[in-house]
Write a protein that binds this ligand. Structure first.
Ligand SMILES: Cc1cc2nc3c(=O)[nH]c(=O)nc-3n(C[C@H](O)[C@H](O)[C@H](O)COP(=O)(O)OP(=O)(O)OC[C@H]3O[C@@H](n4cnc5c(N)ncnc54)[C@H](O)[C@@H]3O)c2cc1C
Length: 451
């Protein structure tokens, strides 16, 4: 086993989150950082990078701009350096395509010397006062870690029996290139991904399925709430406020606010509806569809060449048959397997999730000398915005400040238009130590070490 140098910080996984951190660390000479990515090149959810799919957020929510608009890794600089800024302005798109944004991310990743590709991390140990990170036959040592390896695709365990060529997670949709011509295809899940797959299949006309079943547990196909006061949840001020609330209030708010993050964009719902209209009244072919909200897929079984699906409504069950099922059932965040040797040293809340401090570091046994920062694992304490791109650069700025031990970036929050109940004063500019003003004392007294 070869040994690499000792770094101040190693980031594991290079998706948008750690890429944002790498970009914000770029001008910070005092921090020696390395970012390890399993893939050979940058890719952003490649199995779902479909033609025509667009960002669900503003292109200004890029890797750096909301914290440091002068950083060279902004989307705007990508447009300028790639000589398309005037065309971009004239095109005046209401939403930027995900393919173009993925190209922007790839451009940034190529420009950052701290990013190393083809470096899958297998395990992390804590030994001799540092982390030893095993990555493809090399041991990299680091004082601190940043976990940015994303959330694995999730399929409900009771459907795992059918996983294979006829039933797979949407994250594999493009890599599988399934031949769906003339088939009955069930799209399971009524969120944005389910809608994107359903729309793609509906538009594929004679090359696509002969029948599409779109199944959703939700009572209808529900739009993303993008109204101004819902968008306040995507501000640092609200994320700090949310952190200050008791656990019970946070749980109930998350439930109430979920469609600010989990609904389907209204534009896409309209496009789907228009497609259905065409299918019913304009197109002269025998393709069909069934929209099936208010049904939960409770079981699936092989049935000849296809699948038998059992759907439960509030008070009854139904059965249907499909040749192929695409599970748009989301992702499951949590500690990755490569941290297995540390799991017993990490603190968990009463609800069983790792305790994340206000600077996005984990509460764990050796945090006074070695910090473990996490991206995308704080939904329970920061609110619905946490897994999305909107607060990503602000989160990375917290991590940079904590690594520097000083306020390198300004992360102070300013008061917004709404007086949320019991909202503390806007935060100070520097939040970087475990005992920050936003560390919840009740959580610290109720944590327990895992067995
Ligand atoms: C299809 C899709 C579209 C989305 N669009 C939007 C949007 O428009 N706006 C928005 O706000 N949010 C969006 N989101 C939500 C969120 O912003 C994205 O999921 C975002 O990609 C999360 O970034 P990440 O860096 O945390 O994780 P990921 O993008 O999942 O990246 C994780 C990286 O870690 C690597 N990795 C994993 N394990 C290891 C390992 N052991 N060693 C080394 N590398 C490893 C993976 O290869 C991957 O490159 C979208 C989500 C999906 C699924």
């Amino acid at each position: 086993m070869k040994h690499d140098a000792l770094y101040d910080v190693v980031g594991i996984g290079v998706g948008p989150a750690n890429l944002s951190l790498a970009a914000l660390l770029h001008p910070v000479a005092q921090v020696n950082a390395l970012f390890l990515e399993a893939r050979d090149d940058f890719a952003w959810h490649p199995g779902l990078l479909m033609n025509g799919s667009t960002l669900q957020s503003s292109y200004l929510k890029d890797l750096v701009s909301l914290v440091d608009p002068c950083n060279p890794f902004s989307f705007f600089n990508f447009l300028v350096k790639n000589r398309r800024v005037y065309r971009f302005l004239v095109a005046d798109q209401s939403a930027v395509s995900r393919q173009e944004y993925a190209a922007y991310y790839r451009w940034a990743a190529k420009g950052l010397a701290s990013v190393r590709f083809a470096a899958p991390v297998r395990s992390v140990r804590h030994e001799g006062g540092v982390f030893a990170i095993d990555s493809g036959g090399v041991t990299v040592r680091s004082r601190h870690l940043v976990i940015g390896s994303g959330a694995p695709a999730w399929v409900p365990p009771h459907l795992a029996n059918v996983l294979g060529p006829k039933a797979f997670h949407a994250a594999e949709f493009l890599s599988r290139e399934p031949d769906l011509k003339g088939k009955v295809v069930a799209v399971v899940g009524g969120g944005q991904t389910g809608a994107e797959i359903a729309y793609r299949l509906l538009r594929s006309k004679e090359h696509g399925p002969k029948r599409i079943l779109w199944i959703s547990r939700r009572a209808n196909f529900i739009p993303l709430d993008e109204s101004p006061f819902a968008n306040e949840y995507f501000t640092p001020r609200y994320a700090d406020y949310f952190y200050s609330l008791p656990a019970r209030s946070r749980e109930s708010l998350l439930d109430q606010q979920r469609f600010a993050s989990d609904g389907v964009s209204e534009t896409l719902l309209r496009q789907i509806y228009q497609c259905l209209y065409e299918l019913d009244f304009v197109d002269q072919d025998d393709r069909g569809y069934e929209l099936l909200p208010g049904r939960e897929l409770v079981a699936a079984h092989p049935d000849g060449d296809g699948l038998r699906l059992k759907l439960a409504t509030d008070h009854a069950t139904e059965e249907c048959r499909a040749d192929v099922a695409v599970f748009c059932t989301g992702y499951k965040s949590g500690l990755p397997d490569y941290l297995a040797s540390l799991k017993g040293l990490i603190d968990y809340s009463e609800s069983g999730v790792p305790v994340v401090r206000s600077d996005f570091s984990l509460s764990w046994a050796k945090e006074s000398t070695n910090r473990i920062f996490v991206h995308g694992m704080s939904r329970g304490v920061r609110g619905v915005a946490e897994p999305n791109l909107g607060l990503m650069s602000w989160r990375s700025a917290h991590i940079v400040n904590a690594l520097c031990g000083r306020p390198y970036y300004d992360i102070a929050t300013v008061a917004g238009p709404v007086s949320w109940p019991n909202c503390p004063a806007p935060s100070a500019a520097f939040v970087g130590q475990p005992a920050s003003p936003f560390t919840r004392l009740d959580e610290l007294t109720t944590v327990r070490r895992a067995a």
